[in-house]
Ligand binder design. Structure first.
Ligand SMILES: *Cc1c(COP(=O)(O)O)cnc(C)c1O
Length: 397
């Protein structure tokens, strides 16, 4: 099937949930993807911060194949080796003691929300069930995670959403302090807001949030679905800020493109889940966990996080230089290879112009260009994007 045929067929049979660019992608390698006509694109989207090791990574493909030839699935009625190994790796490399595996980010957040409620229920404080989340947050599209998402645009049309969520502005310690009372069980936030516009925490903010949680005996849930697995230049973003959460959720880059989510927690709260409290048929299934295990091993073996830190700094400096030159750029922000460029006008024409020149970039919140390339991106690839952006912004579109 040719490009136009595929697109018109898709428009007939696929749910109308996505606004897609007219691009049919067929294969990828490293930071490049090719469409059905054989055109190459350098990918600064990486499946939205998912394919951190690059596309079609051969070592991960091999791990998938090897496991697939042994065992696809047996259910969580039994133990399997890759699941135990992956959980052990995550526990060894984080604050956490236990891991619950899910299939997606939203499901990892669902598990976190259920866990904190269950903890206080079991403690005889069922009234302590509210969660404070942030304006402009993004936690997923299921009902509970939608209810935790502080963006009206995303919640629109689905009322009544789940009760028990309150919102405060990100980076506002006083507003958070004012909302905490004895009906609150947790504070839930992204250490750097991703979908909300690549917004970083102010100096000392996360420490203050941690302190407030400690003082009131409630849990800190960090959604590191986008920031985790090296994206910000540390394995987990919390490491930058001198704090640890009680619960953390992961997904996006954990499987480098295979569907997996994880909810990690300290023993004190994790043990509120008893056999039967929560479950997922496909959670932690052998093929997916074998793939993720290879992903984390590669992250370590190839020193990818240090590379991310260095190239992220380089990329950000280059974007700052563009800002000096082009008045339309309002702000450059972000950490590691989670970078945003806020414009004074809509970003969609720029995304299209870059596409025409062979680059995939992403625009969020209408005016913010988001750059989340594979963590293995090279300086040379960054230079080529910068030259493209320079030209596109020069012309105006
Ligand atoms: C992408 C994302 C989610 C949702 O993950 P899904 O796998 O799409 O359910 C949740 N939180 C954050 C911070 C995300 O970036």
């Amino acid at each position: 099937m040719k490009r136009n045929e595929i697109i018109s067929q898709a428009e007939k049979v696929i749910a109308t949930t996505y606004k897609r660019l007219p691009l049919v992608l067929e294969k990828g390698r490293g930071c490049t993807v090719w469409d059905v006509d054989g055109r190459a694109y350098t990918d600064f989207v990486a499946g939205i911060a998912v394919c951190s090791l690059g596309h079609a990574r051969p070592e991960v493909a091999r791990a998938i194949c090897e496991q697939a030839e042994k065992l696809f699935h047996v259910s969580n009625l039994y133990y399997t080796i890759p699941q135990v190994e992956l959980a052990s790796w995550l526990v060894a490399h984080s604050f956490a003691d236990r891991v619950f595996f899910s299939n997606s980010g939203a499901e990892a957040n669902e598990a976190a929300i259920k866990l904190v409620r269950k903890y206080f229920h079991d403690k005889g404080e069922p009234g302590r069930h509210r969660i404070i989340a942030m304006d402009q947050s993004f936690h997923g599209r299921t009902f509970a995670t939608l209810s935790a998402t502080g963006q009206q645009r995303i919640r629109e049309g689905f009322d009544p959403v789940l009760g028990g969520f309150e919102f405060v502005p990100f980076n506002d310690v006083a507003a958070l302090r004012a909302k905490i009372n004895d009906s609150v069980c947790a504070v839930m936030l992204e250490p750097v807001q991703g979908e909300g516009g690549v917004r970083c925490p102010d100096e000392g903010y996360l420490k203050a949030v941690r302190q407030l949680c400690d003082d009131s005996g409630i849990f800190l849930i960090l959604d590191e679905i986008q920031t985790g697995m090296g994206r910000t230049g540390r394995l987990f973003a919390y490491e930058h800020f001198g704090i640890e959460p009680d619960i953390m959720t992961l997904a996006k880059a954990l499987g480098n493109g295979l569907p997996i989510g994880a909810m990690l927690a300290r023993e004190g709260v994790a043990s509120a889940f008893k056999p039967g409290s929560h479950a997922s048929t496909f959670g932690g299934t052998p093929v997916i966990t074998a793939a993720a295990l290879e992903v984390v091993r590669l992250l370590e073996r190839e020193n990818i996080i240090a590379h991310c830190r260095e190239t992220g700094d380089y990329f950000k400096a280059r974007l700052m230089m563009l800002k000096e030159k082009h008045d339309v750029i309002e702000e450059v922000r972000g950490m590691g290879l989670l970078l945003g460029m806020k414009l004074k006008e809509n970003g969609a024409p720029i995304v299209n112009a870059c596409l025409g020149k062979g680059f995939l970039i992403n625009c969020i919140q209408e005016k913010i260009l988001r750059f989340v390339p594979p963590l293995i991106i090279s300086r040379e690839e960054i230079d080529r994007l910068i030259a493209c952006l320079d030209e596109v912004l020069q012309k105006g579109c």
